[in-house]
Design a binder for this molecule. Structure first.
Ligand SMILES: *Cc1c(COP(=O)(O)O)cnc(C)c1O
Length: 404
């Protein structure tokens, strides 16, 4: 893909402003906060009746993003006590779901103290521990049982179920877990959590998945005589990083979901979604200035101020991350400015490892030292999954662009 000269004026003007005001090379995550709010508001407001949207904050737990989302989403999905504390720091009472494998007793206890709404139980041992701890606190914990379904979902990038994983209870053992939950004195089984796929780009398939989920939950409800309040269908709405034209079609999903609900809805059961990537990815940009250009063994490299210690996603997913070039005219040295034209470049970071590559063999019409590469869709699983202190470089700035 040939990178375009970007047209996102808000972000570009912040980068130009940086170059005017500061001597250090540009290195920043920039967030378009208005775009974030508008996007998430659209997702929430178009959901059918009886559906709830929680933000899976592991995608990006930055305080500014959480604050922006508190008035918009129905709640937050968390996976550690650290995340729960971050939520409680921005809101005393927004609903919180606490999931994730390997919960510690102290986490369960503090989570109950901090008023989590629902706990996802990931195993029978965990169910017993939740009941034991809630009992000591004189509480009854509302839980959803996470089940790893046996159906397979081959189309998505990251499959969380339908095959052996560390998540949830095997569908074949769900009956035993349901009976256990019913017998335990300090847990209330309120429903099921079925997060089976991640980064799914097919909107119709996602609605079909919900339909599969409803059918399973209905079977359990009937067989075990359960009074359920929630079906949590997880997150996993996808972002295509390598083909930006290819998108998860939200309106198509909503239309198909509406049909599924008309056919199958269980009365009194709310349908919860807990996406992270789809909500947070698009508002984020990662800007890294070109520090050097070189040709080595016939291959062109752009060396950036930044790299995979800030933005590990392309390395983790083994893809070449799309970027735009922000051309900047400022040049202060009294000698010539290195430049390449019409070559394929590999964008490498400032780390001393050949793995520090964000984009590979991308044709550029012109690139100069001092220009900035602007990587898109970096708002989710970017900064938060990266090894920030590897090599002890200064961290990037985090710039939250609000409408002026
Ligand atoms: C990571 C995760 C999510 C969010 O997944 P996305 O792909 O970011 O939508 C939701 N639920 C659970 C249980 C998760 O582990």
């Amino acid at each position: 893909m040939n990178p375009l000269v970007t047209e996102d004026h808000k972000v570009i003007s912040r980068i130009e402003q940086w170059k005017q005001e500061r001597p250090e090379p540009v290195c920043a995550f920039l967030y378009d906060m208005q775009a974030l709010r508008e996007h998430v508001r659209t997702c929430v407001s178009t959901l059918p009746e009886g559906c709830r949207l929680f933000y899976a904050m592991k995608a990006n737990p930055t305080r500014e993003l959480l604050e922006a989302l508190v008035p918009i989403v129905h709640g937050f999905e968390t996976a550690s006590i650290g995340e729960i504390r971050k939520v409680r720091h921005v809101s005393a009472d927004i609903p919180v779901i606490f999931g994730g494998p390997g919960k510690k007793d102290s986490e369960i206890s503090e989570a109950l103290d901090l008023g989590v709404t629902l706990i996802h139980a990931e195993s029978t041992h965990e169910l017993r521990r939740i009941s034991h701890i809630a009992g000591k606190l004189g509480k009854k914990a509302s839980v959803l049982l996470r089940v790893n379904l046996r159906a397979s979902f081959p189309e998505a990038t990251l499959v969380m179920a339908g095959r052996p994983t560390q998540f949830g209870v095997d569908e074949e053992q769900a009956g035993r877990a349901i009976e256990l939950a019913a017998a335990l004195p300090h847990v209330q089984l309120e429903g099921f959590h079925l997060h089976s796929i991640s980064n799914n780009l097919d909107a119709r398939l996602h609605a079909k998945l919900v339909s599969v989920y409803w059918a399973r939950v209905q079977e359990w409800q009937t067989r075990y005589g359960l009074e359920l309040r929630y079906l949590n269908a997880g997150g996993g709405f996808g972002i295509s990083y390598t083909d930006l034209e290819c998108k998860f079609e939200w309106p198509v999903f909503i239309e198909a979901l509406q049909k599924v609900l008309e056919a199958q809805r269980l009365p009194g059961v709310e349908l919860v979604f807990e996406p992270g990537r789809y909500l947070a990815a698009a508002c984020g940009y990662y800007a890294a200035e070109v520090i050097d250009l070189k040709c080595n063994h016939g291959k062109h490299y752009a060396i950036l101020r930044g790299g995979s210690h800030h933005f590990r996603l392309p390395g983790a997913w083994q893809h070449s991350h799309p970027f735009d070039i922000v051309p900047l005219d400022k040049w202060d040295y009294p000698f010539e400015r290195p430049e390449v034209r019409d070559v394929e470049i590999t964008a490498a970071g400032e780390l001393c490892t050949p793995k520090d590559v964000l984009a590979k063999d991308v044709r550029v019409s012109r690139l100069r030292v001092g220009d900035v590469l602007l990587f898109r869709y970096t708002g989710a699983y970017g900064w938060t999954i990266s090894a920030h202190d590897f090599l002890s470089h200064d961290h990037p700035e985090h710039i939250f662009i609000e409408p002026s």
